[in-house]
Design a protein around this ligand. Structure first.
Ligand code: G3H
Ligand code: 13P
Ligand code: ZN
Length: 328
């Protein structure tokens, strides 16, 4: 059955667990996430970006999620718009059965200049008011996702750089977070703590200088009842980099967010943990492996099945580590 983000995260807060939000774009990803959830009895957040909606088409995604909930009737499914950039994106998502939307007003690059902060508050409040009339939850974002190492922020697609940003702009201000939540009424708040989207988050294993988990603790102290969301939460596991590189890939050495840090976040109010890159790497590694080991192969299923298995194993691990398992 479908569930709004609010109900799901209220339960997660009551029982002290986190919920991974996996990005999906197609049937194989949807099936793999659901297989993992069913195997460990976990509720799920399936999230689609604007890019995913354009790729699969809204009607295909909507009907696919309807089918997934029929195949797995015991698993609560939250269908979430990832990084909605405007009212139209959020409203059309709701029209297609999404139970939650992210209104990301932080995409106006510099969220700390007074005008763009006011812009973020106004558009997020507007979307939240309408979404709540319709029983749909809203995630807002305060702070710009980006690298504390390079001092660059994320571009609108979440994968480029908009240019130089100060250390301050790259970390959510706890007092501003209190004001933002009070004025917008959001159900969940995405914060910036030094993570960035994509595989290249850190050039070394992160410490407190470049991954500022202390910001999460500070925000949670001021907003104990607000569900926090961590974007850019892929761990970019070494073994996945190795599989990709062993079979012809060329990914330079990189570091993601250690699972222990996410677990620490969950102890301090993080309830939704966004993961896309790890899912992509899990599948891509298997595509490369099959292509290298079986060059005679051309049946797409022979590539997709091992890729789905790898994704399912990844999802299952995160459900178990975040405490989501057993809570469906
Ligand atoms: O926020 C970024 C997510 O990884 C989604 O990426 O816009 O390429 O679908 P995408
Ligand atoms: P990753 O690129 O770390 O997987 O982050 C995904 C994300 O935040 C989607 O909103
Ligand atoms: Zn994100």
């Amino acid at each position: 059955a479908r569930i709004a983000l609010r109900q799901l995260l209220d339960h997660a807060a009551e029982y002290g667990y986190g919920v991974p939000a996996f990005n999906i774009n197609n049937m194989e990803q949807g099936l793999a996430v659901m297989e993992a959830a069913a195997a460990c009895d976990a509720p799920v957040i399936l999230q689609a970006s604007k890019g995913a909606r354009a790729y699969a088409k809204d009607i295909m995604l909507a009907r696919m999620i309807e089918a997934l909930s029929e195949i797995y009737p015991a698993i609560p499914i939250c269908v979430h718009q990832d990084h909605g950039s405007d009212e139209a994106t959020c409203m059309t998502a709701i029209r297609h059965g999404f139970t939650s939307v992210m209104m990301d007003g932080s995409l106006e690059a510099d969220a700390k200049t007074p005008s763009s902060y006011e812009y973020n508050v106004a558009i997020t409040e507007r979307v939240t008011r309408i979404a709540h009339w319709l029983g749909v939850s809203v995630e807002g974002e305060l702070g710009v996702l980006g690298s504390l190492e390079s001092g660059t922020g994320a571009a609108e697609d979440g994968h480029g750089a908009v240019g130089a940003l100060s250390h301050e702009q790259l970390l959510t201000d706890p007092d501003q977070a209190v004001d933002f939540v009070a004025r917008t009424g959001v159900d969940a708040l995405a914060i910036a703590c030094g993570t960035s989207h994509g595989a290249y988050k850190f050039t070394r294993a992160p410490d407190g200088d470049i991954l500022a988990m202390s910001v999460i603790q500070a925000i949670h102290l001021k907003l104990p009842n607000t569900h926090l969301v961590m974007h850019g939460s892929s761990s970019v596991p070494q073994e996945m980099q190795d599989v990709i590189n062993r079979f012809g890939g060329r990914m330079p050495q990189t570091y993601g967010v250690p699972i222990e840090e996410i677990e620490r976040g969950i102890r301090h109010g993080v309830r939704k943990v966004n993961i896309d890159t790890d899912c992509r790497m899990a599948m891509a590694g298997q595509f490369r492996k099959i292509a290298a080991e079986h060059p005679e192969e051309f049946d797409p299923r022979k590539f997709l099945k091992p890729a789905m298995d790898a994704l399912r194993n990844l999802c299952r691990d995160r459900f178990e580590r975040f405490g989501t398992a057993g809570n469906a």
